[in-house]
Ligand binder design. Structure first.
Ligand code: UD1
Length: 345
């Protein structure tokens, strides 16, 4: 069974392509490589031991997408293609509205004429803003978004919900990710931040290998166990498996819309993540405390009861596994050829 993966060469998309193949599906990747590299496709192929079908295209290109859909005839879609840097979205909001919203609408106009049985959307816990209650569950209030990026996830959920309400042969699953980290245990695929990473784990591994001088921990006076922010860090392979579980269930359901948190259900502080890195890398990390980062939520982690109960999905990897795999990936990166130097600032 063919499954279309928009943004399938990205961090979560590439791991989901592997998980789909391991589960007997046939992924078809459409990606414009704005935030990926052609070697990612080669490395997916190395992991799974077979060729992958992929197209280098932006999903806003209606004619191109239509041709691909007619040729491949997928039964399901997993939609990852989007920009995801919170800071960048504040500085350049139109890029986010264009790619995450307008291109989504263009894409839906094309799939409107196709029979897509199961559609899975890449959403984020960012839709909850500062939650009133932790762990946060799926029925928590959606708060005004902090950033244009967060707003595009809220709007994306709404557009898709309205679209799929009118379809009686398709199902929609919205997956709200907590903090995806780690890399494939093989060290062949992982996260490829452009320039200086804004996310914690790529920054840590880059500081560990010497690409960055030191990590700044943003804030040490939060009302948490050690004063640093708490997040729910989920291994990207566990997250990829959640997509497969959601897709499979969606293929059996018809005419329904489901929303699931994807997290471990456990909170870890910034210092916990640093400690896990120091343990698996067997080296100290150079870090200092700095001021709080604007817009950071002090503490958030998931209530993951629903996805465990309804999709029989369970996270398997620990925080240390996450850091061990991210570190292996970082050490491997120099082996891979980038199409441009800019990605490796
Ligand atoms: C952000 C997004 C989230 C997205 C995730 C992964 C929001 C509110 N959050 O999460 O939707 O899924 O990125 O792309 O939009 N930290 C440091 N020093 C650093 C970097 C980070 O101390 O150099 C701290 C942060 O203050 C935070 C934690 O590490 O407490 C995690 O930060 P980060 O990896 O950027 O993820 P989030 O901001 O939680």
């Amino acid at each position: 069974m063919k499954i279309l993966l928009t943004g399938g060469a990205g961090f979560i998309g590439s791991h989901t392509a592997v998980a789909l193949i391991e589960n007997g599906f046939d992924p078809v990747i459409v990606d414009d490589f704005r935030n990926s590299e052609p070697f990612v496709i080669e490395n997916i192929e190395k992991i799974v031991g077979k060729k992958i079908t992929y197209y280098s295209l932006n999903i806003g290109n209606k004619e191109g997408v239509k041709n691909i859909l007619q040729r491949e005839n997928p039964v399901g879609v997993i939609h990852f293609a989007a920009d995801k840097a919170v800071n960048e979205s504040v500085l350049n909001p139109m890029k986010y509205y264009q790619n995450n919203v307008l291109n989504l609408i263009n894409f839906l106009e094309v799939i409107d004429q196709m029979n897509i049985n199961s559609f899975v959307f890449s959403s984020s816990c960012t839709v909850y803003g500062v939650p009133d209650k932790i762990p946060v569950n799926e029925s928590a209030l959606i708060k005004p978004a902090f950033s244009p990026y967060g707003y595009t996830k809220q709007v994306g959920e709404r557009i898709l919900t309205d679209f799929f309400k009118t379809k009686n042969k398709s199902s929609l699953t919205l997956l709200r990710y907590f903090n995806p980290i780690g890399a494939h245990p093989s060290g062949l695929i992982g996260e490829l931040p452009i320039g200086v990473p804004s996310n914690l784990v790529p920054y840590i591994t880059q500081a560990g290998i010497g690409k960055r001088k030191k990590l700044t921990v943003f804030g040490k006076d939060y009302d948490t166990k050690d004063g640093t922010c708490v997040r729910d860090y989920i291994h990207v392979v566990d997250l990829a498996n959640a997509h497969v579980a959601a897709l499979k269930k969606g293929l059996k359901r018809k005419d329904s819309i489901k929303t699931y948190n994807v997290g471990t259900g456990k909170g870890a502080s910034v210092l916990d993540v640093i400690k896990a890195f120091e343990k698996v890398s067997q080296q100290g990390l150079n870090y200092e405390f700095g001021p709080r980062r604007a817009g950071d939520v002090p503490k958030i982690y998931s209530d993951n009861f629903l996805i465990k109960n309804e999709l029989a999905w369970h996270p398997k990897f620990s925080l240390e596994d996450c850091l061990e795999h991210a570190w292996k990936w970082e050490k491997n990166l120099f082996n891979f050829k980038y199409k441009s130097e800019k990605k490796q600032d």
